[in-house]
Design a protein around this ligand. Structure first.
Ligand code: N01
Length: 501
């Protein structure tokens, strides 16, 4: 099998990893989004300031900088979608609006004095491990020699643009949901939205308030769970300001709720039934039988990432909103033509078509034997416990392959991984260890246990989703979030190739 062949190739590199000569290692972090900023804070806490962050854009914030579409909201509760060490009493809603999250990360970057470590507008073009160090070069020509390379690019890094016949002929404004063109006037316009994932569904209610006509083009129906996004009053916020423990308790509460919820996707038990029931009850609330039929998925709830929205179904019943389920035949100058022959005339077309799954933005990382991550992952992204790759010494990932992803807080996940990586770096700083990479055997054993556990998960029950790789294998963590916390508490260095001095 492809991966085995690659693993053998990587195995040839074993034992050739070389020196890391300082106890203040030079560290390169790729990305100044949620996970890259977190890593920087944790390095500073560990007394390491010899790091640099390369960020492709001109500000921090990652996905929360890129996404600015109307209605953008995180569907993980605000108090849980915050760093555990940096509670924010000022969240205005249970589910925070995107601009508040971006402002939060900007504040954190300033408070922890991180901006001076960041090289903005520097997209990493190559990173190569040779003679015991990483040589990193950006597209704009900046270079860095590092002992350790840490990727914080995220799994949904690259926008997916659909390939639909005639797209270039459309005469209106057309843009991806993650590249919103704010100078395009929406008021009174005929707006089309292709895609009904979390992004497409979230923007429907606000767009329906301004568009003269709003048309959603749905290829596959989604299960939707309605959760109320309640507003926090000024009184509640000031109480949390005065008693920070309240924010911490709220975070812990949601962490426990979500740990419980995570079992619903990994085990076919009571929680899966309860959430499936909520989805079905929500669908049953759609009074129009024809609309309900169009909205009824043919797969098990949560197989695709669950969409959380209390206003999607009501929005679809508005007079200026239409759900189109006939397939798209082509895009013409004046709109979208569906296979039933109808031309849906549009002024604006939003491509809420998601992301290229697992295009991590770090394809160009090359290990000592000349093998790139792109080549290593040609048969699907695999990693050792979501943080490391065999044959890639002193290389770590945040939210790497097989991280718990989905309806969980990736901040929580990243904190676990950052703490793990710090322990690895501590080991490297002890000087006894010059380089480390997970062994082939440990990676293979981990992957084998992942594969056998996938059978019980909801992701393999039969649907197409970005959770799956090209072979239909989920690139997720097939066990509970609690198990992730437990297993990642400390590295098992017997699983690593260690080059000792
Ligand atoms: O993207 P998606 P998204 N013709 O991949 C359709 C996170 N997120 O940006 O299902 C027609 O979910 C595609 O159809 P189908 C979250 O993790 C979080 O919405 O493949 N349609 C689907 O309907 C989420 O899961 C928040 O048949 C085409 C849609 O486009 C992830 O980002 C908010 C098509 C893509 O849905 C991605 O969500 C928003 C084509 N050629 C996003 N190609 C939070 O609140 C694709 N589609 C945290």
């Amino acid at each position: 099998m492809g991966m085995d062949l690659q693993i053998e190739t990587i195995a040839a590199a074993r034992g050739r990893q070389t020196d890391m000569s300082s106890d203040t290692p030079r560290i390169c972090i790729v990305g100044a989004g949620m996970s890259g900023l977190l890593m920087a804070i944790k390095l500073k806490e560990a007394g390491i300031e010899s790091f640099r962050i390369f960020e492709k854009a001109d500000t921090v914030g990652g996905t929360w900088r890129e996404n600015t579409y109307p209605g953008l909201t995180c569907d993980v509760p605000s108090f849980f979608y915050s760093y555990s060490f940096e509670p924010n009493p000022d969240w205005t809603h249970r589910f925070p609006p995107g601009h508040e999250i971006l402002a939060y990360f900007e504040r954190v970057a300033e408070k922890y004095d991180l901006l001076k470590y960041i090289s903005f507008n520097q997209e990493v073009a190559s990173a190569r491990y040779d003679d015991g160090t990483w040589s990193i070069e950006t597209a704009a020509g900046e270079t860095m020699t590092a002992d350790i390379l840490i990727a914080g690019c995220g799994p949904l890094h690259k926008r997916l643009y659909p390939e639909i016949e005639g797209m270039e002929r459309f005469e209106g404004a057309m843009f991806h949901a993650a590249a919103w063109e704010h100078d395009v006037e929406l008021g009174g316009k005929r707006i089309g939205v292709i895609g009904n994932g979390s992004s497409g569904i979230q923007m429907m209610a606000p767009l329906s308030k301004v568009a003269s006509q709003l048309t959603m083009f749905q290829r596959t129906a989604q299960w939707v769970v309605p959760l109320d996004n309640r507003k926090y009053s000024e009184r509640q916020r000031s109480r949390k300001r005065r008693f920070p423990i309240l924010g911490k308790l709220t975070r812990r509460f949601y962490q426990l709720v979500y740990e419980t919820f995570s079992v619903a996707v990994t085990e076919n038990g009571i929680w899966r039934k309860i959430i499936a029931r909520q989805c079905r009850d929500n669908l049953a609330s759609v009074a129009d039988p024809d609309l309900r039929r169009k909205l009824t998925p043919d797969y098990v709830p949560m197989c695709k990432r669950l969409v959380i929205s209390g206003d999607f179904y009501p929005t679809l019943t508005k007079a200026n909103v239409e759900l189109v389920t006939d397939g798209i035949q082509e895009i013409e100058a004046r709109g979208v033509r569906t296979i039933d022959g109808t031309l849906h005339e549009l002024d604006i077309l939003v491509l809420a078509t998601g992301y290229v799954p697992y295009a991590w933005g770090i394809d160009q990382v090359v290990g000592p034997e000349g093998l790139s991550l792109k080549q290593a992952w040609a048969q699907g992204s695999r990693a050792y416990r979501s943080v490391g790759m065999p044959g890639f010494p002193n290389f770590f990932m945040l939210v790497g392959p097989n991280s718990p992803i989905g309806n969980v807080s990736l901040i929580d996940v990243s904190e676990v991984q950052a703490a793990y990586i710090i322990q690895c770096i501590d080991r490297l700083r002890e000087k006894k260890t010059k380089a480390m990479a997970p062994t082939m055997e440990a990676t293979r054993a981990f992957h084998k246990s992942v594969l056998s556990a996938m059978d019980g998960t909801v992701w393999t029950t039969g649907c197409s989703s970005w959770y799956l790789d090209e072979d239909g294998v989920p690139v997720t963590w097939p066990w509970s979030a609690a198990r992730f916390h437990k297993e990642m508490r400390q590295p098992d260095f017997s699983d690593y190739d260690l080059v000792e001095s």
